[in-house]
Design a protein around this ligand. Structure first.
Ligand code: SF4
Length: 221
C-alpha cells in the first residue's frame, strides 16, 4: 500500500478541488486510492451518518460571522469550542452529555460542566480516579507509581469512566484532559461518540500547539 502522507504535502491542491494526477504528490491518496474514496463517499448516505454529518457542517458554518465573505478573505470565528459543543448538541437533539475528566483538571471540568448546564444540558461527569483503587489493584506494578511504591496512588480508570457514562445513556461524551493512552481506552470503550474539549499537555499548560510553534521544543527527546 502507498501510505497517505497529507501532512507532508506542501500545497494541498485537494483544497482547491484539484484531482489532476500530474500535480498531485506521489503519496497522494486521491491518486492512489480512488476506489476507496468512491466507496467511502457512499457511506454518507446512511441516515444516521448523514444526519450527524449534516449537523457537523452546519456547526462549522455557524462558527463564523454570518455575513458572506469575499474570496480569499478570512472568515471571522464567533464562538469558543465549549459553545460549539452545546450548539452541536442542540442541532442533533442531544440532552445528556458525559464529561470524562482528569482529576488534575477538576477545576476546569467543574467550569465546563457549569457552562454546559447553563446552556440547558444535563451533564453527567466521571473523574479518572473514580473507583478509588490503588494502581496496583488494576495490575500496575508498584514501581510504576510516580511517588513512593507503598503509598496509595489512585489508578486512572478509563474503562470505569466509559462504563458509567454508557449506563447513563449519554448522547455524546467529552474528554477533559485525560492522559495519553487513557484517552484512547476511554474512546474505545465509550458507546456514545467522543469529542475532546481539553487535551492534556502538562508541559505546555494543555496547549500542545505551543510545542509546534517554538523551535526549542523541537529538540526535546
Ligand atoms: S489528498 Fe493529496 S493533495 Fe490533498 S493534502 Fe493529501 S496528498 Fe496533498
Amino acid at each position: 500500500m502507498i501510505y497517505p502522507k497529507c501532512a507532508e504535502c506542501k500545497d494541498k491542491p485537494c483544497t482547491r478541488g484539484e484531482t489532476d494526477p500530474s500535480i498531485l504528490p506521489a503519496f497522494c491518496p486521491i491518486k492512489n486510492h480512488k476506489e476507496v474514496i468512491d466507496e467511502v463517499s457512499e457511506r454518507y448516505a446512511s441516515s444516521d451518518i448523514y444526519d450527524f454529518f449534516l449537523k457537523s457542517a452546519l456547526t462549522e458554518k455557524q462558527a463564523y460571522e454570518p455575513e458572506p465573505y469575499r474570496e480569499n478573505e478570512i472568515a471571522i470565528p464567533v464562538r469558543p469550542r465549549v459553545k460549539e459543543l452545546s450548539a452541536f448538541a442542540g442541532l442533533i437533539g442531544a440532552k445528556r452529555l458525559g464529561l470524562a475528566f482528569c482529576s488534575g483538571l477538576a477545576d476546569e471540568a467543574g467550569r465546563a460542566s457549569a457552562i454546559l448546564r447553563d446552556h440547558g444540558l444535563d451533564i453527567v461527569s466521571v473523574v479518572c480516579s473514580c473507583g478509588a483503587l490503588d494502581k496496583t489493584a488494576l495490575g500496575i506494578p508498584a514501581d510504576y507509581k510516580m511517588r513512593k511504591p507503598e503509598v496509595f496512588e489512585a489508578a486512572c480508570n478509563p474503562l470505569l469512566q466509559a462504563e458509567l457514562l454508557n449506563r447513563s445513556e449519554t448522547d455524546f461524551n467529552i474528554i477533559v484532559g485525560l492522559c495519553v493512552g487513557h484517552d484512547m481506552l476511554f474512546t474505545r470503550h465509550s458507546k456514545a461518540p467522543v469529542t475532546t474539549l481539553i487535551v492534556k499537555d502538562r508541559f505546555t499548560g494543555h496547549n500542545p500547539l505551543i510545542s509546534l510553534y517554538t523551535r526549542y521544543h523541537r529538540f526535546i527527546r
